[in-house]
Design a protein around this ligand. Structure first.
Ligand SMILES: Nc1ncnc2c1ncn2[C@@H]1O[C@H](COP(=O)(O)OP(=O)(O)OP(=O)(O)O)[C@@H](O)[C@H]1O
Length: 538
């Protein structure tokens, strides 16, 4: 067994089920062997107990029963202990593979800005679908492989005792272990294949309804959204019911297969006992051992469905891993971390910019500004000011032209995100090693008279719009950025607060010779910049 906290995580680097599983072959083999021994102990327990009961009925001296008595105890205890150890080992392997895959998925997420992706579905892929790798180990490979080994061993032992019963058992094993699982996946394939996408869709509509709840209630538009959620839920439930129905029918088939093995064993064994070729005490072994084996095989239809489900889920994860990147947030992070390669500044040359699957919002923009310069970008609503900022930040790839940003970038977004934590922790995002005193000072400079430990609520709903804006500003102030991109910094603020805040921002920008790009509709703020660039309407 291994300690997850001390061993490095496995990075799977693949979503191919076979390659995933064979990335830790020794642990996989060990888990399968432990699983086989646990299941084998269960079957051996019933077989030995059956012999013991029959033999005890003949009332021999107890010495003749001792080995069987010890065997029953050993198999009984061994079954539980081995199953426990197998569970530890197989879950350890499964969690390791899952951690590796999750790490790969996060890496893929950080490579792209995922502009335009449905966030609920993306979340469902990253959380639920990645977990499919757990099922692959615990519910598919270990049950199938160990059931196969135990079935082979049991069939050989029964064949040695009674070839006719062995043949019948082999037929029932093929029926229960191969045919029924295959039929189950055939019947339920389509509905199982839709489960993961439907869960993603449900997460998506539920997340959207949650975000939009105040507007929906205010406009009395909840019915339509609830109807959408109910519709997806109904489709999901139907798919789950179909899968459950297939598993139920397979369960019935399992009982039949087990009946064939038990009755067959009884008939063939009885004939052999009457013919004097089989000792009577072995009859119970021929009858009861197949029963125990079929208990092991009864999990296989569900395992076959889990295999199908895991493949669909891993395919969805693969789509995330191989999705084309949008923008270059990693480059942004490195330029933000790099200790300012050269003078801070932004050089935009011949830029055409726009959002994926839309035409360009901005065409042929030239905008160069240097350290210590403050430039206001103005223009009518929707003309593309935020699009220019997103492109300069690397969140969107330029459609044409070049954008070079030198220095440590600090960005105040128009809809800056507040996490559901304290004011202080929200500010600390600007500089992770900021001390409490520095956070308090940043809040003071951003004119937020709030205790650092006050909670801001989900999406900052427990603070006012102006307070949220200033907390986001404090996040910018606490960092040591020297290229500032500010999208509507004075929005939601009263005139005196806005003036005081800009005074402060300008003072610290001048001290660090920062290059400042301000997007604004506020003529007072624009007038306080060195230059005003007006974006033309296309
Ligand atoms: N995430 C997005 N996905 C697709 N299109 C977008 C997105 N954000 C903005 N757009 C579109 O891009 C165009 C430019 O929008 P942008 O937000 O850059 O304008 P803006 O000048 O900043 O407007 P405002 O002053 O109202 O904030 C608009 O037509 C807008 O509908």
């Amino acid at each position: 067994m291994t300690d997850l906290s001390t061993r490095p995580e496995v990075t799977a680097g693949t979503t191919d089920p076979l390659r995933l599983l064979t990335s830790r072959p020794r642990q996989l083999v060990r888990a399968v062997l432990l699983g086989s021994l646990a299941s084998g102990a269960g079957v051996a327990l019933i077989g030995t107990a059956a012999w013991l009961l029959s033999r005890a009925a003949e009332q021999p001296p107890v010495m003749y029963l001792m080995v069987a008595i010890v065997g029953v105890r050993a198999f009984g205890i061994g079954k539980g202990v081995l199953r426990y150890v197998e569970r530890l080992d197989s879950h350890d392997l499964a969690l390791r593979l899952q951690a590796g895959l999750r790490l790969d998925t996060w890496r893929a997420l950080t490579r792209s800005t995922w502009v335009g992706r449905r966030s609920g579905d993306l979340l469902s892929r990253v959380v639920n679908d990645v977990e499919a790798v757990q099922d692959l180990v615990v519910r598919v490979v270990v049950p199938f492989a160990s059931a196969g080994l135990v079935a082979a061993a049991t069939t050989i032992v029964i064949t040695v005792l009674s070839p006719g019963s062995g043949l019948l058992l082999a037929v029932s094993v093929v029926l229960a272990g191969v045919l029924l699982p295959w039929l189950t996946t055939r019947v339920a394939a389509r509905s199982v294949g839709t489960l993961a996408p439907l869960r993603g869709e449900l997460a998506d509509v539920a997340a959207e309804a949650n975000d939009a709840a105040p507007d929906l209630v205010a406009y009395g538009a909840t019915d339509a959204v609830l109807a959408r959620i109910t519709d997806v839920d109904r489709r999901l439930r139907r798919a789950e019911q179909r899968a459950a129905w297939a598993t139920g029918v397979a369960g019935f088939g399992q009982v039949l297969a087990s009946g064939v093995a038990v009755l067959g064993g009884l008939l063939v064994g009885a004939v052999q006992v009457f013919a004097g070729v089989l000792p009577p005490v072995q009859l119970a072994v021929l009858v009861l051992t197949p029963l125990a084996l079929h208990e092991v095989l009864s999990t296989l239809p569900a395992a076959a469905l889990a295999w199908r489900r895991s493949r669909v889920a891993l395919e969805r994860v693969r789509e995330v891993l191989t999705a084309p990147t949008v923008g270059s947030p990693d480059r942004l992070a490195s330029s933000a971390d790099g200790a300012g390669d050269g003078e801070p500044g932004i050089a935009i040359t011949g830029l055409s910019a726009g959002w994926p699957d839309r035409g360009p919002a901005v065409v042929g923009l030239d905008l160069h500004f240097a350290a210590g310069e403050k430039v206001a970008l103005v223009g009518p609503s929707g003309v593309g000011k935020t699009t220019v900022a997103a492109t300069a930040l690397g969140l969107l790839p330029p459609l044409a032209g070049r954008v070079v940003v030198t220095g440590r970038v600090g960005y105040l977004a128009q809809d800056a995100y507040l996490f559901d934590t304290t004011v202080g922790e929200n500010v600390r995002i600007g500089r992770r090693d900021a001390r409490d005193t520095e956070i308090a000072e940043a809040l003071l400079r951003a004119r937020v008279a709030m205790p650092v430990d006050r909670l801001v609520g989900v999406h900052g709903t427990a603070v006012s719009g102006g307070e949220a804006r200033r907390i986001a500003l404090a996040r910018l102030v606490v960092g040591d950025a020297n290229v500032l991109i500010l999208d509507e910094p004075t929005e939601h603020l009263d005139a005196p607060t806005a003036t005081a805040l800009i005074d402060d921002l300008w003072a610290s920008a001048e001290a660090s010779r920062a290059a400042v790009l301000v997007i604004t509709h506020d003529p007072v703020l624009a007038a306080r910049c060195d230059r005003v660039v007006t974006l033309p309407t296309l």
